[in-house]
Each structure stands twice: as structure tokens, then as C-alpha cells.
Design a protein around this ligand. Structure first.
Ligand SMILES: [Zn+2]
Length: 428
């Protein structure tokens, strides 16, 4: 619950007011403001007390982390964890708590004004299939459990920030919507955050922070990806009796040979991978169907577009080559389905939101190392909305494996940084 004596944090330094104004003419003070926001917030007794309380309350954050981790959230089946998250939002006294049509959990905390409107978010889903044992075990500062870091850490930190604002009686200048998203991982294809920006809160989000996993990292470069499933079909037949017809497996082989030679720039890093291939009936059958899955990535839209065009040409050439080899134009048909499309982009290293992360980290002794990732922030970054993905403190290892673990040594710093950042980003 928000305390009745809530103090509005109008620590509104004039230069920070300018800090997020889009005026390029005043760029000198623009950067000045965000670069020290964390340190200056810490000069406020109310904020300092809230940070001190975060340090004391960290065991609760870790408890939430373990509790949420033990609720399975396989891809496309996040409902049980979403319900638990919703209950936590209600307990915190957040307003308009709801689960939207995509399955995201939302809860609002009003500030002195509706804007700037910050979304502080973490993702509900894991990469682990249904039936995976997601129970956690603890030994000293280390907790083991699939998903304990990615992203139960983020989910718990988001709750920790809401609790710290409430307990500290802090009324932020702008407002915050706390969110747990669905579909961040793999074939979830960011469907939760896409729904958030394209429908649920369309046009109403000024800044976005995703707390994803442990550690001190910060990502303002969003690696975009494009994924295809390609299926080739033909009549198929006996490997001896029907020899002389176009072969779907051979067509894919021709395609992969060309794909393997596609040129890509080293900078910006641009990658491709045929990750899976399958099809066919038996060793002595000409397949009637074969398929493969292709993943292409880059933070640079033009590089990704160029790579995709090379990929499409490789497919066209392979198909006609295989058909022509047997003098059977049109014998094989190819289906190309996009199974993943995550737009990429980058926020400048000197953008106010990036400076604010660094400053908030410095204020609590957490050095932000820059990383490049594909996360929920891809969507706002591709839309030109200031966004970063930050680690939730402590340190995670073995993410996306059954041996995933989280070391909670000094993890309060991650919660404290997220708290300072949340307050900072509600300022004009
Ligand atoms: Zn994650």
C-alpha cells in the first residue's frame, strides 16, 4: 500500500528536466542531467532510506524469486505463474491490476502526474518444456533451479521495487506500470511485449526498462532476428525404382551449401545458422518432404535485410537447380514461413536512459557492463522509445540449462539500482 504521507520526489533539477527533452540544441546539459541522476537522488534522505531498506529486505526479494521459479511457466503456458504474479501485484496495492489479452500481467502505481510513464518489466516465461522439474534448492548464497535467474530474478526485482516505493512512501513525479510479460523466449517471439506496445498501452509508454536475469549488465543494443522454417515437397518414391525425380532433401542440401557461403559483416555483428533439418521416410525412399529452420541476427536492420535477401536467393537458386537437374521444372515446391521476427536497433551509448542506468549503478556500487541481447526491449527500441534491459544483480550462471543457478551475494545492489532507475525515469 502507498503510505498516506507519501512525499512527492520533486527533486526536479532543472538540468534533468532538460535531460529528456528532445531538443538537440541543448544537448550539453541534456547529457549532464542524466549522468548524475543516481548520485543526486541518493542525496535525498527519503531515497537513501528506501535504498537502505532495500538492502535489509533483499532476503524477501530472493524468497519471491524462489517461490515464482517453482511455478512452471513453459513457452505459451505462463498462466499459473501469471496468476501468482497478479496476486503479488494486488498484495502490493497496485491499481488496475489485470491480465491482458496476450497474458501479460499489469499493475499501475500513480505518481504526481500521469507522465512520464515508465514501464518496469520482467518476463514470466522460461525456455523449459512442460514437465521439467523446476523446484529450487539452496546452498549458502547459491540457489539452483531452471529459470531462477532468467527471469525469476527480474520478476522478483520488479516486485522489490514496487515494495520499496510503497514502504519508503515515495511518490514519483511520473507514473509507473509494473509488468510481467509472456512470450519473451524463443518462439514466443516477444508476443507479450509486442501486444503491450501495439495494443494494451499503445502510444502511452514513454520509457521502458526490462529486468532480465542476474548480473550488472545493461543492454541498449537490441539484436534483431528473423527466423524461417522452409519446407520442400515433391512426389517422393522408391530410391531405386523412382530414381530420376527431383529430391527435396537434395534441394535443401543445395540451399544449405549456398547459405554457408553467404557474406556477412563482422561489424555490426550479423549471423546466420541452419539450426535444425529433418524430413524423409527411410534410407531407401526419395523423400516427399524435407524441412529446415534458419536463424538470422543483427542489430542493424539494413544488414539483416541484406542477409535475408541473400538467403531468399539461395533458396530460389537451390530449388531451380534441383528441378533442372532432372529436367522437371516445377516438380518440387517450397514453402517459406517466418517463425520469428524480432526487430532490432540501438539506443546511443550517450542517450539519457543509458546514462541514468550508469549513474544509478554507480550510486549503489554496481558497474554496468554493456551487452548486446535480444530481449523485450527490442520492441520499444525498434519503435524509437527509450528502453534498456538491465541485470537484476547477483550473478546468474547456466541460463537456459537445467543447471541454472543464481548467486545472491550482494544481489541487493541490483534491486537498489532498479529502484533508483525507476525513480529517475519518472522525471521529466
Ligand atoms: Zn530472459
Amino acid at each position: 500500500m502507498m503510505h498516506a504521507f507519501a512525499i512527492t520526489l520533486f527533486v526536479l533539477w532543472p538540468d534533468f528536466t532538460i535531460a529528456f527533452a528532445p531538443s538537440g540544441a541543448r544537448s550539453a546539459s541534456l547529457q549532464e542531467g542524466a549522468s548524475t541522476i543516481g548520485e543526486r537522488l541518493m542525496q535525498d534522505a527519503t531515497v537513501r532510506a528506501a535504498v537502505e531498506r532495500v538492502k535489509q529486505d533483499e532476503p524477501r526479494v530472493v524468497e519471491d524469486q524462489m517461490r515464482l521459479c517453482a511455478i512452471p511457466a513453459p513457452p505459451f503456458k505462463e498462466t499459473a505463474r501469471a496468476e501468482a504474479y497478479k496476486a503479488a501485484f494486488l498484495e502490493l496495492g497496485l491499481k488496475n491490476v489485470r491480465i491482458d489479452r496476450a497474458g501479460n500481467v499489469l499493475g499501475e502505481r500513480q505518481g504526481a502526474a500521469p507522465t512520464p510513464h515508465l514501464v518496469l518489466s520482467a518476463h514470466l516465461d522460461t525456455v523449459f518444456a512442460e514437465g521439467t522439474d523446476v523446484r529450487t534448492s539452496r546452498s549458502g548464497s547459491v540457489i539452483k533451479g531452471p529459470g531462477i535467474s532468467d527471469d525469476c530474478r527480474g520478476l522478483a526485482v520488479v516486485l522489490g521495487v514496487a515494495r520499496a516505493l510503497n514502504d519508503g512512501g515515495i511518490r514519483t513525479p511520473g507514473s509507473i506500470t509494473f509488468v510481467g510479460t509472456v512470450g519473451e523466449e524463443g518462439l514466443g517471439d516477444l508476443r507479450g511485449v509486442k501486444h503491450l506496445f501495439n495494443e494494451e498501452l499503445k502510444g502511452r509508454i514513454d520509457r521502458f526498462v526490462s529486468v532480465d536475469g542476474g548480473g550488472s549488465g545493461m543492454s541498449h543494443v537490441a539484436v534483431g532476428s528473423l527466423r524461417y522454417r522452409v519446407t520442400v515437397r515433391g512426389s517422393g518414391g522408391h530410391s531405386y525404382g523412382n530414381f530420376g525425380i527431383a529430391n527435396p532433401v537434395h534441394a535443401l542440401g543445395r540451399a544449405i551449401g549456398r547459405i554457408a557461403n553467404l557474406p556477412v559483416p563482422r561489424e555490426p555483428k550479423t549471423t546466420f545458422n541452419v539450426g535444425r533439418i529433418g524430413g524423409g521416410t527411410s534410407i531407401n525412399s526419395i523423400a516427399s518432404e524435407a524441412w529446415m529452420e534458419m536463424d538470422m541476427r543483427s542489430s542493424d536492420r539494413a544488414a539483416l535485410t541484406a542477409l535475408n535477401s541473400g538467403f531468399q536467393k539461395a533458396l530460389d537458386a537451390a530449388l531451380s537447380e534441383e528441378n533442372e537437374r532432372w529436367g522437371q521444372a516445377g516438380q518440387l515446391v517450397m514453402e517459406r514461413s517466418i517463425v520469428g521476427n524480432r526487430p532490432g536497433g540501438a539506443i546511443g551509448a550517450d542517450a539519457p536512459i543509458v546514462r541514468a542506468v550508469q549513474s544509478a549503478g554507480r550510486a549503489v556500487g554496481l558497474e554496468a557492463t554493456a551487452t548486446e541481447e535480444s530481449t523485450d526491449s527490442n520492441i520499444p527500441i525498434s519503435l524509437g522509445i527509450p528502453a534498456v534491459t538491465v541485470g537484476g544483480g547477483g550473478s546468474g550462471t547456466g541460463e537456459h540449462t537445467l543447471a541454472e543457478a543464481f548467486d545472491s551475494t550482494d544481489s541487493w545492489k541490483g534491486t537498489a539500482r532498479a529502484l533508483l532507475l525507476a525513480i529517475a525515469l519518472t522525471h521529466q
